[in-house]
Design a protein around this ligand. Structure first.
Ligand code: ADP
Ligand code: MG
Length: 225
């Protein structure tokens, strides 16, 4: 199967003092259709790794390849275009704009990712339908529950039909039942062909992935099961 995103000998250090080496010689290949969970203690390098996989950050040493293209060969505009087209992001804190409706939030998420203007509303509505939020398109995020907000954030992330969804602690602000709904949704998206990389502290989430990678002090290790 084709490799969607790959890290080759990636080290990411933040200059100090004290210098922090957040990721050390990391190798990872995520194949199309994979569901990978990333676990590890706080400060171990999980978010740093997701930022590099998502082309939000660059390795200090080594390479990140998306669809076989070395991100280092792209200029800023090309990186942003590839990110917008290929990658969706979901975060623990949802990051919805509180004064904009659910529909606007999803529409605004499509501004910079190459979706033609005339297609945006249909895509947004279809995406909200996929996450079960069609009935709340005109609602403001502040009137939604945490689980509903996260479903809207997921709709925003998938509206441009990315191949890869990156999620950083997506159930970290949710109770057990709502987390279960988000996990069910991830499994549905995955069976529709999306590739998923999910950082989580939640065993219930990592147990549902095909592969689990543990990070400790910036070093990656595949968890055998
Ligand atoms: P995790 O997501 O596993 O909690 P992070 O990837 O956020 O860990 O952080 C890994 C290490 O890198 C930590 O020691 C953190 O303080 C450091 N770090 C992360 N981002 C930066 C930054 N922008 N500048 C300096 N240090 C950073
Ligand atoms: Mg983190």
């Amino acid at each position: 199967m084709s490799v969607v995103v790959e890290l080759r000998s990636v080290t990411r250090s933040f200059p100090g003092p004290p210098e922090v080496v957040a990721l050390r010689d990391a190798h990872l290949a995520v194949r199309a259709g994979d569901y990978v969970s990333i676990v590890g203690p706080s400060g171990s390098g999980k978010s740093t790794m997701l930022g590099i996989l998502g082309l939000l950050d660059r390795p200090t040493v080594g390479a990140c390849l998306v669809d076989g293209v070395d991100a280092a060969t792209l200029d800023d505009d090309e990186r942003a275009a590839l990110r917008g087209r290929a990658i969706g992001f979901v975060f623990q804190a949802f990051h919805l704009l509180p004064a904009r409706t659910v529909l606007d939030n999803v529409l605004l998420g499509m501004l910079y990712n190459g979706v033609p203007r005339g297609e945006r509303e249909d895509r947004a509505l279809a995406s909200l339908d996929r996450v079960g939020m069609s009935h709340r398109v005109d609602a403001l995020p502040t009137t939604l529950s945490g689980g509903e907000r996260q479903r809207v954030a997921i709709a925003r992330a998938i509206a441009s039909a990315p191949r890869l969804l990156l999620a950083d602690e997506p159930t970290g602000n949710l109770d057990e039942r709502t987390s279960g709904e988000v996990m069910d949704l991830f499994e549905r998206l995955r069976s529709d062909g999306l590739t998923l990389v999910v950082i989580t502290h939640d065993r219930a989430v990592s147990d549902r992935a095909d592969r689990t990678i543990r990070i400790a002090d910036g070093r990656l290790a595949e968890v055998e099961r």
